[in-house]
Design a binder for this molecule. Structure first.
Ligand code: SF4
Length: 326
């Protein structure tokens, strides 16, 4: 069954979902969607048109498959979890889980032409191309259009050009070989992570806005905020190390290592655990001066403005430890 792009602008494999539900005789199914797909939940239900199967959509954040809701599925006796939009991330799920990709159905031709003109006018000849799950199917076609105008496009073979917010090895491998990196996808989330790790220019080719944009200003602001947070953390006493109870983000070993190293430097540490780290939840620990989040590294980078005290990720916490005096 083909999705009509006027109903849902993503190619979701409805046949596979139906097949998995039927073959497993699942009667109670939990579906997880990224935020961009949540507005289409009722359309997905229409496409599934299942009788005698209870389908429940999770409202929890779902920025990656590290946000897997299998433990909720187990707790409340769901037979099957359908996780749409990302690939497998955790080693083993608590209940039967199926990962379904959601490829963007919109056209990318005009955007690829625009990107070619943009890059050509700026004198770039070798282009490194990366993308996220939603546009992975389009990366080859996008590359061919740029290629056809005489620019060379390099896509990392191992990752096939795929990057996650916390997994950008494919971008790192090609960055040395190219003049510029082009990220095909919406938002700044993935592109910012790459831009902060490479010393080549990076631009976003955004299919939703049909525009090519620079990320340099944002990168500079985020790097300045990062060093401000590390600098402010140097002279304070009380640290809160936050474990994140999301299955793919629980890093107890690292949290304990950080605790040990900070205590060695004379700091006081309180260990905390949270399902969804936000300022409202952690601000009640009023005596804590700095929070270190050991889950998704992007919580501190993308949300620093929402926290009223310095917040660091694992990498930043180790940077801090390097500059702390004994
Ligand atoms: S960047 Fe964060 S949300 Fe995305 S996959 Fe990594 S840990 Fe999960």
């Amino acid at each position: 069954m083909k999705i009509n792009e006027f109903d849902i602008p993503y190619d979701i494999d409805i046949e596979k979902i139906l097949e998995e539900i039927t073959n497993r005789n699942a009667k109670k199914v939990l579906i997880q969607l990224p935020d961009g797909l949540k507005p289409y939940a009722s359309k997905i239900l229409e496409y599934l048109s299942l009788k005698d199967v209870l389908i429940v959509f999770s409202t929890d954040p779902c920025y990656g498959s590290c946000y897997i809701a299998d433990y909720i599925g187990k707790e409340y006796n769901f037979d099957l979890l359908i996780h749409i939009g990302h690939d497998k991330f955790v080693e083993k799920e608590e209940i039967p889980t199926v990962y379904i990709t959601a490829n963007y159905l919109g056209s990318i031709e005009e955007l690829a032409e625009k990107a070619t003109k943009f890059l050509y006018e700026r004198g770039f000849k070798k282009i490194g191309l990366v993308t996220n799950y939603q546009h992975l199917k389009n990366i080859e076609a996008f590359s061919r259009i740029i290629n056809s105008h005489g620019l060379e496009v390099i896509i990392d073979e191992k990752s096939k050009g795929l990057v996650l917010g916390c997994k950008i090895d494919g971008a790192l491998r090609i960055s040395e070989k190219v003049d510029v990196v082009l990220y095909l996808g919406g938002g700044d989330f993935h592109a910012l992570g790459i831009a902060m790790a490479i010393d080549k220019p990076l631009f976003i080719a955004d299919p939703y806005r049909n525009e090519i944009r620079d990320i340099e200003k944002l990168k500079k602001r985020v790097i300045a905020q990062r060093w401000w947070a590390i600098h402010n953390a140097k002279n304070v006493k009380n640290f809160g190390i936050v474990l994140v109870s999301r299955r793919g983000q629980f890093n107890e070993k690292i949290a304990l290592d950080l605790k040990y190293k900070l205590e060695e430097k004379g700091k006081k540490v309180t260990l905390l655990i949270s399902d969804n780290v936000n300022w409202d939840e952690i601000s009640s620990f009023t005596y804590i001066d700095v929070f270190i989040v050991t889950g998704c590294p992007r919580i501190s980078i993308d949300n620093r403005d929402n926290f009223k005290k310095p917040i660091l990720n694992i990498e930043e916490a180790y940077e801090l430890i390097k500059v702390l005096k004994n």
